[in-house]
Design a protein around this ligand. Structure first.
Ligand code: NAP
Length: 284
């Protein structure tokens, strides 16, 4: 069977073209949309991600600043900065980077990000809004999975989707978004008994476990679609997903590549959220 590549590049380009126009319109009105990244770590992967977000924002005409609180910042200091930025009318969007300092939990600090500026949907309030179907920003990675599937014409309504991973940033919010698309959702995790049996029963498998090569051909029904969210360091230092592409290709009907699948769509949706936050703040 031919396996279609679910590339995210075309969709990301289309989203970015629209975001760039909307950002330019805001700049003409007096102020470009402004995103602030809050960092409290000295992790190289986080540093790389911050630089890639800054480059993406630059390309789209979005102002992007970084506030570095240092790797030993306390929960109080992080919360205070997030509350200050949330109250600052010159700031449209706030993103807190992970990892956080040892002993600081994401929930106890992200709660200080105003929902209207929480463009990556990480706060308990944003996750609650998503779970109840109220307006708010969903986590961009979870949204990217749904948008990528729609873009490639993969039906979700009435289909069985197996999500591998139950984190608050990817697996759980993705399950909510898929329910909103009328999919039948099974959420798997490290204690799922017989993972291949569960995923093989699904029409769509989403791998979001952060384990390179976890999903093999034995986990996938012939013809099913597989969306790979994983970003793991490969043997040669490059990025590899959670899917063992060699054994899944030729069996799955469709597979998203890593890199070049979910990743570019995630960044494009984040930047779109920044523009939406700016427009909403000005009552548009
Ligand atoms: P996480 O917080 O570490 O959560 C991983 C989840 O996978 C957990 O629920 C865990 O189960 C489950 N899991 C781990 N090993 C498993 C196994 N052998 N079988 C079944 N389930 C297993 O990770 P995350 O933040 O959700 O991220 C997941 C992946 O997505 C990572 O590779 C991350 O880098 C990537 N990611 C990509 C993007 C993007 O834009 N492309 C954005 C964000 C994250 P338990 O709950 O039982 O521990």
């Amino acid at each position: 069977m031919d396996t279609t590549s679910l590339t995210g590049k075309d969709l990301a380009a289309a989203l970015n073209a629209e975001t760039k126009q909307r950002a330019a319109a805001r700049a003409e009105q007096g102020a470009a949309p402004r995103l602030v990244l809050v960092v409290a770590n000295d992790d190289p992967a986080s540093g790389w991600y911050v630089k890639s977000l800054q480059r993406a924002a630059d390309r789209l005409g979005i102002a992007c600043d970084t506030v570095d609180l240092g790797a030993t910042a306390t929960a109080e200091a992080i919360r205070a900065k997030l509350a200050e930025l949330s109250a600052d009318p010159a700031v449209d969007a706030v993103m807190l980077q992970t990892p956080l300092p040892a002993g600081v939990a994401l929930d106890e600090v992200s709660v200080a990000i105003a929902a209207a500026k929480d463009v990556d949907g990480v706060s308990p309030l944003s996750l609650g809004l998503l779970a109840t179907g109220l307006p708010g920003f969903p986590p961009a990675t979870a949204e990217a999975v749904v948008e990528l599937a729609k873009h490639h014409g993969i039906p979700l309504a009435g289909r069985h989707v197996a999500v591998v991973g139950r984190s608050n940033v990817v697996g759980k919010p993705l399950a909510q978004l898929l329910l909103a698309e009328n999919a039948t959702v099974t959420v798997c995790h490290s204690r799922t008994a017989d993972l291949p049996a569960v995923t093989s029963a699904a029409d769509v498998v989403v791998a979001a476990a952060g384990r390179a090569g976890l999903i093999t051909g034995d986990h996938v029904r012939a013809g099913a679609a597989v969306i790979d969210v994983g970003t793991n360091e490969g043997p040669d230092g490059g990025i590899v997903g959670d899917v063992d592409a060699a054994s899944v290709e030729g069996r799955a009907g469709a597979l998203s590549p890593v890199p070049g699948g979910v990743g570019p769509v995630t960044t494009a949706l984040l930047m779109r959220h920044v523009v939406v936050a700016a427009e909403t703040a000005r009552g548009e």
